[in-house]
Design a protein around this ligand. Structure first.
Ligand code: FAD
Ligand code: SIN
Length: 516
């Protein structure tokens, strides 16, 4: 199969780019592959909203820039921060022209929420299901465009570079598309593309205890890494302070930071409101500080979770802004009007990833990255809440703009199909499940919110054992999604641990007791 633009992923990053480029070039083909249902993504679950400066009487670009830089703890790329925040309002308004709805206050202005680290109310939202509304809007637009084809349940296995071509490796590597597994038939397609966009999202599932859905396995980062693209800042895994506690310690529902934005308190088991002990901004300190404070409270007490107290809030206003959170709690017999919500930090977002410039270009020619899999320099050591959807919108536009200036080159060479000679269908599925559980436990216990060189070194030793076993299985097996995902998460874990061991000072979301 040949296409002009191959987009890997159907979250906000991939879909926004696809809509824009398809609208501009009706004669060019855009192919989106996505490994699950078409809407399954981190985007779909985004709750709080999009941070954007719309009310310039109270707010200003400068304040949003300052808040982003403070959250990033000295490691943001300032020109990138300036660019993203100033471009934000234009990109946000495009979403509205495509049909997205955001909450409006009684005066007819956008209802602006507040989250940790923000000095002003600036988070536009659609109740507490902002991501679902964005995903709905973008998918509807994609389906209207005749030059976009979206293949769901198609898993990108590897990028195609010179390593796969008969002509051998040239000075600068280029990307020529990807090998893609059609999950329902097991057939591997060679998709040859003039330009490839990785929009494959985050890595949450490498930790098991995560706010992310099952698709967040870091595939794009692992593929780019194997293709030899530059990857950076992988040690900055962001833990969201308030994931709903469950005894199983698996993927978990998020209680939005916007709930603290309307005044909810964090309490320990004894009922003490502890955040003022740690930071003058209390519950609205940036996420790294709140998560590390909760971790400290749990270590001191030996408890498994803390609580979010909403009992003093206006319950009617709560139900209106947070209907999804209210209902989810209710089904678990938590009545937010009377009961405190049990919460615990969980892996939520990756600040690092595939290095890109302001045009979303990676270090490999014709390969772009956008959204959570990319490392733009916006977030530094810790992402400011609700800056992620914004970043994806702005960079999808920048990549589109860059590519409109590029000529549409012919692709007159052959790419060999993926060679899986000598492999067979893996019989021991238990090996995949067992190693996945071990990897997730390892990442949670040894590479969590508070790290130490000793735990990180032990983690590497154990990871190497898992790596060898899985590589062996991979070499002899016909590929399937769960095996590839596990292999990708192992790559990602190596990158996180490796970069953690190299970081000699604590910044933002990275905290190592040996650096104190
Ligand atoms: P995603 O939306 O995750 O999309 C990735 C896509 O790639 C998916 O379609 C996936 O199936 C596909 N994919 C992955 N690997 C492959 C492969 N190998 N082959 C084919 N397809 C593949 N950010 C905010 O700014 N505001 C918020 O309020 C907010 N709330 C959040 C709440 C939750 C619960 C979570 C989990 C995240 C939240 N975030 C929020 C973060 C934000 O949602 C994500 O960072 C953002 O949506 C990422 O968008 P994306 O397009 O880069 O990736
Ligand atoms: C939330 O609603 O708390 C998530 C916001 C984010 O991750 O940006």
């Amino acid at each position: 199969m040949v296409t002009d633009y191959l987009v890997i992923g159907s979250g906000i990053a991939g879909l926004t780019f696809a809509v824009k480029i398809a609208e501009e070039f009706a004669d060019r083909e855009i192919t989106i592959v996505t490994k699950g249902d078409e809407d399954e993504s981190n985007t779909k679950y985004a709750q709080g909203g999009v941070a954007v400066v719309l009310d310039t009487e109270e707010d200003s670009f400068q304040k949003h820039i300052q808040d982003t830089l403070i959250a990033g703890d000295g490691l943001c790329d300032e020109p990138v921060v300036q660019m993203v925040i100033k471009e934000g309002p234009k990109r946000f308004k495009e979403l509205i022209t495509w049909g997205a709805n955001f909450d409006i206050d009684p005066r007819g202005n956008f209802n602006l929420g507040k989250e940790g680290g923000h000095s002003e109310h600036r988070v536009v939202h659609h109740k507490d299901i902002t991501g679902l509304e964005m995903e709905r809007t973008l998918l509807a637009r994609v389906h209207q465009l005749e030059n976009v084809t979206l293949f769901s349940h198609h898993f990108a296995i590897d990028l195609i570079t010179e390593h796969h071509l008969k002509q051998g490796v040239s000075h600068q590597l280029s990307c020529y598309g990807a090998y893609v597994l059609e999950e329902r038939t097991g057939k591997i397609h060679t998709i040859k593309a003039k330009n490839t966009l990785l929009a494959s999202g985050g890595i949450g599932r490498a930790y098991g205890y995560t706010t992310n859905p099952d698709v967040a396995t870091g595939d794009g980062i692992a593929m780019a890494y194997r293709a030899k693209a530059q990857i950076k800042d992988m040690e900055f895994v962001q833990f969201h302070p308030t994931a709903l506690y469950n005894k199983q310690g698996e993927s978990t529902f998020l209680i939005s930071e916007a709930v603290r934005g309307v005044g909810a308190f964090l309490r320990n088991k004894k009922g003490h409101r502890f955040m003022p002990d740690y930071d003058p901004r209390a519950e609205l300190a940036s996420r790294d500080i709140v998560s590390q404070s909760i971790d400290n409270e749990l270590k001191k007490s030996g408890d498994t979770h803390v609580f979010l107290d909403c009992t003093h809030l206006d319950s009617e206003a709560f139900k209106k802004h947070f209907p999804n959170i209210y209902e989810t709690c209710k089904t678990l017999h938590i009545d937010i009007e009377k009961d405190w919500i049990p919460v615990v930090p969980a892996s939520h977002y990756l600040c690092g990833g595939i290095v890109v410039d302001k045009n979303g270009k990676t270090t490999i020619k014709n390969l772009f990255a956008c959204g959570e899999c990319s490392r733009t320099g916006l977030h530094g050591a810790n992402r400011l809440a609700s800056n992620s959807l914004l970043e994806a919108l702005v960079y999808a536009h920048n990549i589109f703009k860059y590519l409109t200036g590029e000529s549409n080159q012919p692709m007159d060479f052959e790419i060999p199909d993926r060679n899986d000679e000598g492999t067979s269908i893996p019989k021991e599925h238990v090996l995949i499940q067992h190693n996945l559980k071990e990897l997730q436990a390892l990442m949670r216990d040894y590479v969590g919110i508070v790290r130490s060189n000793d735990r990180l070194t032990k983690a590497i030793t154990r990871l190497d054992i898992i790596y060898k076993e899985v590589e062996e299985l991979y070499k002899t097996s016909k590929v399937n999604t769960s095996l590839c995902e596990l292999r990708n998460m192992i790559n990602v874990a190596h990158l996180i641990i490796g970069e953690s061991l190299s970081r000699k000072e604590n910044r933002g979301g990275y905290f190592n007791i040996d650096n104190i």
